[in-house]
Design a protein. Structure first.
Length: 166
């Protein structure tokens, strides 16, 4: 990949940050003009970097998925699997609750390597929590990924249902 000049890198970073905020707040219906305005760049700058609004939206959603993967991977490395699973689940539920674009467009990324990596990381996290005896044995990574968006602002309700009963 070609290295960007410092000013081009700053513009791209501002653009992605503004797009992330706009899509999180307004979903896919946010205009490119609004994103460019918030980023402080011209309309043309957006389309030089991303051929379509859909391409920009996909990049923003994939970055959120990469962020979830980083959090899941960190949780896998935590000393105590039960609390680590709970922290990841709460983080993921909060991420969904404040991001309309992620809710609206996650399914369009199902075939991506980013979603595959997320599933692997969550699978490892689930396995560790099951092995520690704190998570039900019949729960899969896919179950967790399907339940996260439904958790909304009440992840404890779903976490209670996921916990192994002694």
């Amino acid at each position: 990949m070609k290295t960007l000049r410092a000013d081009a890198r700053r513009n791209l970073d501002r653009l992605l940050e503004a797009a992330s905020e706009c899509f999180a707040e307004g979903g896919a219906d946010v205009s490119v003009d609004e994103i460019a305005r918030r980023a402080g760049v011209g309309h043309g700058t957006v389309f030089r970097r991303f051929p379509t609004k859909e391409a920009l939206l996909t990049e923003v959603v994939l970055e959120r998925i990469r962020e979830l993967t980083r959090q899941a991977e960190a949780a896998v490395e935590a000393a105590d699997p039960g609390p680590a699973f709970d922290r990841f689940f709460r983080f993921a539920a909060e991420t969904y609750a404040r991001n309309r674009a992620l809710v609206e467009r996650f399914d369009s990324c199902l075939e991506s390597e980013e979603v595959a990596a997320l599933e692997v990381a969550v699978g490892r996290l689930v396995w560790r929590a099951q092995r520690a005896g704190v998570l039900r044995r019949d729960v899969t990574a896919l179950d967790v990924l399907e339940l996260v968006p439904a958790a909304g602002r009440h992840p404890e309700v779903i976490l209670d249902g996921l916990r192994r009963r002694l």
